[in-house]
Every structure is written in structure tokens, then in C-alpha cells.
Design a protein around this ligand. Structure first.
Ligand SMILES: Cc1cc2nc3c(=O)[nH]c(=O)nc-3n(C[C@H](O)[C@H](O)[C@H](O)COP(=O)(O)OP(=O)(O)OC[C@H]3O[C@@H](n4cnc5c(N)ncnc54)[C@H](O)[C@@H]3O)c2cc1C
Ligand SMILES: C[S@@+](CC[C@H](N)C(=O)[O-])C[C@H]1O[C@@H](n2cnc3c(N)ncnc32)[C@H](O)[C@@H]1O
Length: 695
């Protein structure tokens, strides 16, 4: 998917206070009021209350988030309905979202005011992403796709129960009513999905009919004679889009998340948890939390005697996005992950007192001038609450240290104690996640329950329909089945007084190496990296290298003596494309991991989404040197895939982190080699080729 700069909405108000778009010259809702329209056209039009009753999940897809009135009305209706679905997912696409300040300033019906204030608190930076906002303990999930509707619809992975079509008037905003969009919606529609819109335009109705919707007229309100209601009733069942091994297990409780009744007892979780997570590092703990939020119990198996004591056991770690020309998959993934980490770290600090902060991070830039940096920001339309290019003076003021280069200021990035974060995630999961420490899982077998995980003696540890490998390298025993490498890293620490005459930085600073603000009087900095190096002991030369980088980063005049430093060695796993491996395990890989498992054949190999998966087997590994953000984001992706909920990432990003991407690449390489070979066997004809420039 191509990134487009997001330009905030320009809104004026008519004399009666009705908001109007400057760009489209149309009102956001009729003068009779936003709530009245939301209720009559959309909530009643889609018969939401009747349709979501008793369901585990209900998915709405809206075109045109605008000022969020329809979302707020749906959220309020969900709250007020004792027979609501357990989880409401509201996906909305918006090309020109309001800024947070504009959103907060909109006057609403009193019944929506508190919800609107909460929405404004969670409002994300205006970047071209699928932003996830979870409210009411995860009972309501808003997925906000910022960008053009025609770009986003093919990127969504969801099964939609109700569509809200809410573009501006078709004559002023034709891009929102194009017949091709209705076809894209048909591919997302659940059987019997409903659709509602205030528009009664003939072209809209015709377009819906030809996409497989049965359309009917309904009385309008607020000055409109007619509106349109529709039901998905195709004459031919459309081809379902491949779902990458989604298993759609249901929550164990139909009550809202976060309630005492929704939480099973700890004993239950151990006995019959439908998900086994192997590995209690950042990845495993993040997943346990995300599953618990969806009402799914898990059993976390960890070979160590504590939580997050291996790769995730450092005292501090940094999280932030990246800026890159072209904004390819790598930059898009790390931006999405960093945005997820901001929300996760803030929640952990607030709820559990985890040490950390999402109040900003500086990444010094030595390869570009400030002007070049600014050009990049402008070309991608990146907002200041995501990243800003600042000169070295401004950067030094923010850091409280003398920096010698301009810097990227990621305003909502920061640092955290990764162990504390992982533990807080497990605490959030409560009794929904039970952990078994000191327990090594070495083999995996197909069983009646789905999968059985066994210990080194071959005895069963547990069995469940779903197993997720969060073991760092994605293996249980022996060499990893993934094309990844191990990297040794050494982090160094020094008492902040040892840095005199300078002080510890106020914000984390990254560049060649990084340094975090002081934690309990110690400043942590690093980290060294060495591939395929298994040495677990602290090394002086790595301490020296870290110290040299620290001195360069902060302009340290007199670095402390080496014997004043402490340190820790850890190991990270990384792929050659520097993206993690998150998703359903391809069947052919499972065949190698689980003796006796026979893989289904893949219908195609050219794209990851067509590759056959082992039912119920997932992996989250190779988080590299960005495990904090990748774990937070990856857990949401996995939890959605496991439960069949809308995926909180676009299809292109899912491909980028898909465990099957290596098979696809291998297939493409072989295909290209075959074609080269075939071409070399066919001798070109002598003389000019018909139709060529010479003919
Ligand atoms: C020096 C250093 C500095 C870093 N700095 C940063 C940073 O600033 N920011 C950042 O985001 N990231 C950083 N990272 C990377 C980050 O720490 C990792 O990406 C992250 O911790 C990986 O988490 P994980 O859950 O995948 O793996 P781990 O934390 O290693 O967790 C895997 C768990 O699985 C358990 N396990 C493995 N096999 C089995 C089995 N067979 N049975 C039972 N249990 C098993 C292990 O005991 C372990 O607890 C750094 C890493 C290092 C080494
Ligand atoms: C009528 S308003 C939506 C009102 C909104 N549903 C609410 O409840 O407040 C229409 C919205 O569609 C958005 N829009 C227009 N063209 C678009 C496009 N091509 N892609 C995505 N959004 C678009 C506009 O920016 C505007 O916010």
C-alpha cells in the first residue's frame, strides 16, 4: 500500500452551528442533528441492536469517519444494551480526519460528551495507518484507517456484519460512491450483512445491487424523504478472501471483558485453556494480555524460573518509529508498532507503575542535513505528534545534553523497563492467563485436542486447539525452522554521578548506540551487537565500545573508567529483512516441527496469503532489536487472527511479517530461475521481430 500524506479536515460552521467541510463544500450531518441521523439512518437502518444480540463479536465498517458521530452513537448504544455483543469492532476509513483539538471542540449531544472526550484522549497522530483504539476494557475496538477509501478497502482483513456508507453528497464526493468500492465491500461482507446510507441516489442503489446487495427504500428523516437499506444477498457466493489460518475460537464468556464474572478461575485456565503460549518474554506476555482482553484463556509455559528473564530481561529498552524515503514496509511496520507501543507503555505506567515513559525520544541524524530531513517529513506529511525534524540546539534543549547533530524527535516514543512491561501484561490478563514456570516444552504433536506440548521426557505438559510459539527463535528444541540469526548484545550501565560534569539525558537519545534517562540512579546505554556469537560473559571490549558511543552521543568530556560500569549480555533473534515473524505457521514448516503432522498442499505459492497453514499453530518470534514495539503490535495481530476478529494491520503489512513470506520468496526465486533457463533454451529468431520497433 502506498503511503499518502494525511491532510487534516478543514471545517467551518454554518450559522446554526452545523459543521461543513471546506474541501467538499458539504455538511457533515443534516441540520436536524448528528445523533438523530446516526440513530435513524445507521443504527436503525442496520438494525444493529437486533443483529448484535447474543453474538460474541459484531463488526461495523464505515466509509467516512468524519467527526465520529456515528461511532459515538454506536458505542453509546452498545453500552446501553444489556443484550449487546461481547465485542464491538468499528472499522472506519477517513481521508481527512480532524485534528485532536478540532475533534475535542465539536459540540455533541450531552449523551455523547463523555465518550467524545475519551475518544479525543485516545486520538492518534494523523499518519497513514490503521490505528487501533480499545475502550471499555477492550469491549469496543475502533480501527481507524487514515487514507483514501479505495486504497484501504482492499487492504482490510475482516468479516463485516454492517456497513455504514457516509460520504458527502455523491455529486460533491464521487470517490466515496464508486461502484468498485461496493464490490470491495462485498468481498468483506459476512453472510446476511446489512448496509445503510442516507443517500437514495439511483447510481448508489444500482452499484450496490450489482455488487450483490438486495436494496430497499426506507423513509428518511431530518428533511430527507428517502434513505437506502440493503442486505448482502449475492446470487453467487463471492470468493472468500484467504484468511491466513484464522481459527476463530470464541470467548469463554459472553459477558463484557474486564468484569469479574468474565474471568475464569486460575485453576480453569490451567485445565482447559484453549491457547498454549510457549515462552514468557515480551511476545508471550503481550499475547496473553491481548487474548484475555478478548475473553480467551491461555496457559503460558516458560522454561525459566521467572517472567521475561532472557531476551526481554534488560533493565531498559527504547521504542520508536523510523522515517525512511518511500515509506516502505519496514518503515510502515515500525511506525504501526511504535504507535501500539506508546499506548501499551502508557497503560502499563499508569495502571501498574511500570518504570518508563512515552514522553519523547531523540534519534540523532548524521547522514542528512536538517533541510533534507524536513523534506522527508513534508513529502510524507508526517505530523509533529509522530515525528519532527529539529536542529541540534532544539534537540540539545530537549535532551538536556549537548548533541552535535540534528535529530528526529519522536514525540510519543520513549523507554521502558521491558521486564516490568512483560509482567504488567501478564498481570492485566489476570486469571485468564496461567503461567507454568520452570517447564521446558521440547516437542509438539497433533492430538485429539489439536496440539499436545511435551516435556524433554516426552510427557504431556498440556494440550489445546491453539499453540503459539513465543520462544524468541520460534523453535521448541533444536535449530530454529526459520531463516533467522542470533545476535549477541551487551548493555552497559553506570551511576549517573559518574557522568559529571554532564548529566543523564532527560529523554532517551539514539543514534550509533543509545542511552536512556537515569533509572534508580543508573544510566543504561548500549548496545553492542555481534552475529552468531554465543559468549554469555560480559566483555571489556564491548563495554569500551558502548562507552565510546555514549561519549560521542552526549559529548561526554571525561568518560568514566571501565571498572565503574555494570552490564548485561542478552541475545536477540533477527531475520534478514529486519522484520519479525508473526502469524500462522505454514503447514510445510509444521511438518518439520511436529513428527507425524502431514501438511496440506498450498494452492498457490506466489503470495503468503495462499500458503496452507497448520491449523491452530502460530508463531511470534525474531523480534530483533525492536521487541518492545513488535511484541505490543504483534500480539494484537495474533489475537485477532486467533479469534477471527478484524486484523489491526493492512494486508501488505501482514504479508511483510507473515511466517510464509520466506516460502514465497523461495518460490519466486525458483520461478525466475526456471524462466531464465527456459529463455536460454529458446534461440531468438533471426531478423526483425514482428511488432518490434524494427518492424
Ligand atoms: C542487548 C539488547 C538490547 C536490546 N535493546 C532493545 C531496545 O532498546 N528496544 C527494543 O524494543 N528491543 C531491544 N532489544 C530486543 C528485545 O529485548 C527482544 O526483541 C525481545 O526481548 C524479544 O522478546 P521475545 O519474547 O521474543 O523473546 P524472549 O524475551 O527471549 O522470550 C522467549 C522466552 O521463551 C522461553 N523459552 C524458549 N524456549 C522455550 C521452551 N522450549 N520451553 C519453554 N520456554 C521457552 C525463554 O526462556 C524466554 O523467556 C534488545 C535486546 C538485547 C539483547
Ligand atoms: C459526511 S462525512 C462523515 C461523517 C461521519 N460519519 C460522522 O459520523 O461524523 C464524510 C467523510 O468522508 C470523508 N471522505 C471523503 N472522501 C473520502 C475518500 N475518498 N476516502 C476516505 N474518506 C473520504 C470526508 O473527509 C468526511 O469526513
Amino acid at each position: 500500500m502506498k503511503t499518502t500524506p494525511i491532510v487534516p479536515a478543514r471545517i467551518v460552521f454554518d450559522d446554526d452551528g452545523t459543521p461543513r467541510s471546506v474541501e467538499y463544500g458539504d455538511v457533515y450531518h443534516p441540520r436536524s442533528g448528528a445523533l438523530a441521523q446516526a440513530r435513524h439512518v445507521f443504527l436503525d437502518g442496520d438494525a444493529l441492536a437486533g443483529c448484535w444480540r447474543g453474538k460474541d463479536r459484531f463488526v461495523v465498517l464505515e466509509t467516512g469517519f468524519g467527526l465520529g458521530n456515528n461511532f459515538l452513537a454506536a458505542w453509546a448504544a452498545w453500552r446501553a444494551d444489556p443484550q449487546r455483543c461481547r465485542q464491538l469492532h468499528f472499522i472506519s476509513i477517513e481521508a481527512s480526519p480532524p485534528t485532536r483539538a478540532t475533534l475535542a471542540s465539536i459540540e455533541r449531544d450531552a449523551s455523547l460528551t463523555p465518550l467524545a472526550a475519551e475518544l479525543a484522549r485516545h486520538w492518534p497522530p494523523l499518519t497513514c495507518n490503521l490505528h487501533r483504539i480499545a475502550v471499555d476494557g477492550g469491549g469496543v475496538e475502533l480501527l481507524l484507517a487514515f487514507g483514501a477509501v479505495d486504497a484501504w478497502l482492499p487492504q482490510l482483513v475482516a468479516e463485516v456484519d454492517a456497513f455504514f456508507l457516509d460520504g458527502f453528497a455523491p455529486a460533491r464526493n464521487p470517490a466515496m460512491w464508486d461502484a468498485r468500492l461496493f464490490k470491495a465491500m462485498a468481498r468483506l461482507a459476512a453472510p446476511e450483512a446489512t448496509l445503510a446510507t442516507w443517500s437514495a441516489a439511483r447510481a448508489v442503489r444500482d452499484g450496490l445491487r450489482s455488487a450483490g446487495f438486495a436494496v430497499e427504500n426506507a423513509p428518511g428523516s431530518g428533511g430527507k424523504r428517502d434513505i437506502t437499506r440493503a442486505r448482502f444477498a449475492p446470487r453467487f457466493a463471492p470468493r472468500a478472501s484467504p484468511r491466513r489460518g484464522s481459527t476463530a475460537i470464541a470467548a469463554t464468556s459472553s459477558r463484557g471483558p474486564g468484569t469479574a464474572e468474565a474471568r475464569p478461575s486460575a485453576r480453569d485456565a490451567a485445565v482447559d485453556a484453549p491457547v498454549i503460549i510457549v515462552g514468557a518474554g515480551l511476545a508471550g506476555c503481550a499475547l496473553a494480555r491481548a487474548l484475555a482482553e478478548r475473553g480467551i484463556r491461555s496457559l503460558v509455559i516458560e522454561r525459566g524460573s521467572g517472567i521475561a528473564e532472557e531476551g526481554s530481561g534488560n533493565a531498559v529498552g527504547l521504542f520508536h518509529g523510523v522515517v525512511h524515503p518511500g515509506d516502505g514496509r519496514h518503515a510502515r511496520f515500525h511506525r504501526a508498532a511504535a504507535l501500539a507501543a506508546t499506548a501499551a507503555v502508557r497503560a502499563a505506567v499508569l495502571r501498574h507503575g511500570v518504570r518508563g515513559s512515552a514522553a519523547g525520544l531523540l534519534r540523532v541524524e548524521t547522514g542528512r542535513t536538517l533541510v533534507e530531513m524536513q523534506r522527508l517529513v513534508d513529502a510524507q506529511g508526517l505530523p509533529v505528534d509522530y515525528v519532527e525534524a529539529i536542529d541540534r540546539h532544539a534537540a540539545s534543549r530537549l535532551a538536556g545534553a549537548r548533541l552535535s547533530s540534528p535529530a528526529w524527535h519522536f514525540a510519543n516514543a520513549g523507554w521502558v523497563d521491558p521486564r516490568g512491561l512483560a509482567r504488567s501484561w501478564l498481570a492485566d490478563a489476570g486469571a485468564s492467563a496461567r503461567s507454568r514456570l520452570g517447564c521446558t516444552a521440547t516437542s509438539l504433536h497433533r492430538s485429539e485436542a489439536g496440539w499436545e506440548v511435551c516435556d524433554p521426557g516426552g510427557a504431556s505438559i498440556a494440550a489445546a486447539p491453539i499453540v503459539v510459539l513465543c520462544t524468541g527463535d520460534g523453535a521448541l528444541a533444536g535449530p530454529s525452522p526459520w531463516p533467522i540469526r542470533r545476535q549477541r548484545g551487551q548493555l552497559s550501565g553506570v551511576a549517573s554521578a559518574e557522568l559529571a560534569p554532564i548529566e543523564a539525558p532527560r529523554l532517551p537519545v539514539a543514534g550509533a548506540g543509545y542511552v536512556a534517562p537515569a533509572l534508580d540512579g543508573t544510566v543504561w546505554f548500549g548496545a553492542s551487537s555481534a552475529w552468531d556469537d554465543d559468549d554469555p560473559a560480559l566483555r571489556c571490549r564491548d563495554q569500551q565500545q558502548n562507552l565510546d558511543r555514549l561519549a560521542a552521543l552526549l559529548g561526554l568530556p571525561e568518560p568514566p573508567a571501565l571498572d565503574r560500569l555494570v552490564g548485561r549480555v542478552g541475545f536477540r533473534w533477527a531475520t534478514d529483512d529486519r522484520l519479525p515473524i508473526i502469524g500462522a505457521v505454514p503447514a510445510s514448516v509444521a511438518e518439520r516441527m511436529a513428527p507425524g503432522f502431514v501438511a496440506a498442499r498450498s494452492p498457490r505459492f506466489d503470495q503468503p496469503r495462499f500458503i496452507a497453514r497448520a491449523p491452530g499453530l502460530f508463531v511470534s518470534c525474531a523480534l530483533g532489536s525492536r521487541g518492545i514495539a513488535s511484541a505490543a503490535f504483534g500480539a494484537e495481530v495474533l489475537a485477532a487472527a486467533i479469534t477471527g476478529a478484524p486484523l489491526p494491520a493492512e494486508a501488505d503489512l501482514l504479508d511483510a511479517i507473515d511466517p510464509a513470506r520466506f516460502l514465497t520468496r523461495g518460490f519466486r526465486r525458483d520461478e525466475a530461475a526456471r524462466q531464465r533457463l527456459a529463455a536460454s533454451r529458446v534461440q531468438p529468431p533471426v531478423g526483425p521481430i514482428a511488432g518490434s520497433a524494427g518492424a
